[in-house]
Design a protein. Structure first.
Length: 152
């Protein structure tokens, strides 16, 4: 679905704050409330807007220790990939998991409270998954940029 200028502006506004009412959005875009409502529903139907979420401050909920774990599987068969992906999605500490090219097969973004909790996670959860060959952990020192807004 091609996006016109108004759709792009609407998406930008919703990405910045999805709690805005159709009335607020209509004032910002100089359109009727009905027109805004219909555009939003169209964007949802087309899957361009997939869901609405509340972004939680990880530090305030005790998950301020961020780890990027690079992981290799012992083999690259479809069975091993599928099994690993199914298992890793069940780990609540893993917020993101990407199948990547290069030296590693996957990169995981993990949120835990501290180093001790990360060690416990590694020992009792991650390393118990099937078909893991090796892992390499990198710890976040500081956050330079973190956004969910896609420029349109």
């Amino acid at each position: 679905m091609p996006l016109d200028t108004t759709d792009k502006k609407l998406l930008q506004l919703l990405q910045e704050d999805s709690t805005q009412t159709t009335k607020q959005l209509s004032a910002k875009l100089s359109l009727s409330v009905t027109a805004i409502y219909e555009r939003i529903k169209k964007l949802e139907r087309e899957g361009i807007i997939s869901k609405y979420v509340a972004l939680v401050d990880r530090n305030k909920v005790g998950r301020g220790f961020v780890v990027f774990c690079h992981l290799k599987l012992i083999q690259h068969t479809k069975e091993y990939l599928t099994k690993f992906e199914k298992e890793v999605t069940q780990l609540s500490e893993v917020l993101e998991c990407y199948h990547v090219s290069g030296d590693y097969d996957y990169i995981l973004k993990i949120y835990v409270a501290n180093m001790e909790e990360y060690r416990e996670f590694m020992v009792t959860k991650l390393t118990t998954l099937h078909h893991i060959g090796s892992t390499h952990s990198t710890f976040m020192i500081g956050e330079v940029k973190n956004t969910n807004i896609i420029a349109l």
